[in-house]
Design a binder for this molecule. Structure first.
Ligand code: FES
Length: 507
């Protein structure tokens, strides 16, 4: 195999000449040589790995290029770096599209009716400093942390204020290996497990170090909640069995990690999880929302929308959970640089204006190159991704209700957790059929319940046994194995039609 010379240009950087083996994929070659990119890891779906070939050097467009670029852009030499291999010496310009900085939501709301006061004021100086804990939400996309005064955790449960003395958030550094859980499990299986573990530990140590420096003293304890794969990668546990049937975690128990930061060894407690796909972040969310203790009256739903849509229903003394693969649609990955919530609002608008029909099909005029609004272009592929995600969530919610024997009328509240839920326009979400129409008026956005749950778990030892019992009691439904799931999922792919009296009916 011969070597080729690739001259690489990027604005703001010096030109580089790379020696590349013939047949190497441009994306991998560039990533290895100091051009990082958070992307779909070469699936051809995110459109972020843009490179522009110099005169006459551009290979023939691949089908994914034709979806990602207009004919004019293709003529200008733009291609997706993940779709092409080195064949000859060439010159190219790197025009990677950086992902929109995702804001980690640290806010959480009192889902149980208690007031969630956020005391940002310093307390009056006292002789003895008040002990504090650090709560960490380890998300697939972002990491969020809060330093919270320990005594206020119990007071908050009695209706007092939760006194938050510091906050920190950053992107999960593992995004370099792919934006979703599966890409990271695959990367771990390909020999990257150590690097994945190290990178996230560094990210967490950096955040904790910052909070500790701000407080000027060590926390009383640190507690972390993350989905099962994130907790496994953090602990350095084998994730291979999480990525294949029957999806078996190494551990769902509470765990402990010792981390060296600034010369000090800190102990981080990890919350227990429920299953491979319903992790400690969801257990924390259920705790924060007061669901699943087995003693509550009525019936409540919990939905956390991220790359996986995890859902739970509590009522009649039972707690049922499930997870639906939602893909990147809710996290702004469907259309490059469009936040999921905006995408959803745009879709509702397109539906109302007749730019797409109820099957999600773009009008002929936009079919080939998508519909443009400002700098955002939405293609048929983006619409399909969101349709599949919302159908999976809606069908999942319906099956959970059915398994519990609950009707829409029986549901008292829907707690919508996560950053996506926090910014969601509930009416628009109902318009596109993200959840059954009858539930739209019952939705409460509860913010980052994983963070709040970690804080409660760490700050009130009496809640630990409750959470562990909740994890044991939870019945996990595998959607793919539920009779009727596929038919229901397919029937929910279409959007809903506004009827004359403005009610929304199933189409
Ligand atoms: S990495 Fe090429 S399209 Fe996503």
């Amino acid at each position: 195999m011969s070597e080729k010379k690739i001259t690489v240009r990027q604005e703001g950087k010096e030109d580089k000449v790379l020696d590349a083996p013939e047949g190497a994929v441009f994306l991998q070659l560039l990533k290895r040589n100091g051009y990082p990119l958070v992307c779909c890891s070469g699936k051809g779906t995110c459109g972020r790995c843009r490179i522009r070939f110099g005169q006459k050097g551009a290979p023939l467009p691949a089908p994914a290029d034709r979806i990602a670029f207009t004919p004019e852009e293709l003529r200008g030499g733009l291609r997706l770096a993940c779709m092409h291999r080195v064949r000859q010496d060439c010159c190219l310009q790197v025009e990677f599209v950086e992902s929109r900085p995702v804001e980690a939501v640290t806010a959480h709301k009192g889902a149980t009716g208690n007031i969630n006061g956020r005391g940002q004021e310093e307390c009056p100086v006292t002789d003895r400093p008040v002990p504090y804990l650090i709560a960490v939400d380890l998300g697939t996309t972002t990491i969020a942390m809060q330093a919270v005064e320990l005594p206020s955790v119990k007071e908050w449960q009695q209706g007092g204020e939760l006194l938050i003395r510091g906050e920190y958030s950053c992107m999960n550094p593992q995004r370099e290996w792919g934006s979703d859980v599966l890409s990271r499990i695959q990367a771990a299986a390909q020999g990257q497990a150590g690097a994945l573990t190290e990178s996230v530990r560094e990210g967490i140590a950096e955040g904790i170090g910052r909070l500790v420096r701000e407080r000027g003293r060590a926390p009383a304890c640190i507690w972390l909640a993350g989905n099962t794969a994130m907790e496994h990668l953090l602990m350095g546990l084998d994730t291979a069995a999480l990525g294949r049937y029957p999806f078996t975690p190494v551990s769902l128990e509470e765990m402990e990690l010792k981390l060296l930061t600034g010369g000090t060894q800190l102990r981080i407690g990890l919350l227990p999880g429920i299953s491979a796909f319903v992790g400690a972040d969801i257990a924390a969310g259920l705790l924060a929302c007061g669901l699943g203790k087995g003693t509550e009256e009525g019936c409540r739903l919990f939905i956390d929308l991220g790359t996986n849509g995890e859902m739970a229903i509590a009522g009649k003394g039972r707690l049922l959970c499930t997870a639906a693969a939602a893909g990147p649609a809710f996290e702004g990955g469907a259309a490059a640089n469009v936040p999921g919530t905006d995408m959803l609002a745009l879709l509702a608008e397109m539906l109302d204006q007749g730019i797409i029909d109820e099957t999600g099909l773009l009008e002929d005029a936009y079919f080939e190159h998508g519909w443009q609004k400002g700098r955002i272009r939405i293609t048929q592929q983006d619409i399909r991704a969101l349709q599949m995600a919302k159908a999976a969530v809606c069908a999942g919610v319906e099956l959970l209700m059915e398994a519990l024997g609950a009707q829409e009328d029986d549901v008292d509240q829907v707690c919508l957790a996560g950053g996506f839920g926090y910014y969601l326009d509930v009416e628009k979400a109902a318009r596109i059929g993200l959840f059954p129409a009858g539930l739209a008026g019952k939705v409460t956005a509860v913010g980052n319940t994983s963070l709040l749950g970690a804080c409660l778990y760490g700050g009130d030892p009496s809640l630990r046994e409750i959470t562990q019992a909740l994890c044991r009691r939870a019945e996990v439904l595998n959607l793919a194995e539920q009779p009727g799931f596929e038919a229901r999922y397919l029937s929910r792919i279409h959007f809903k039609k506004e009827t004359k009296n403005d009610e929304i009916s199933d189409y």
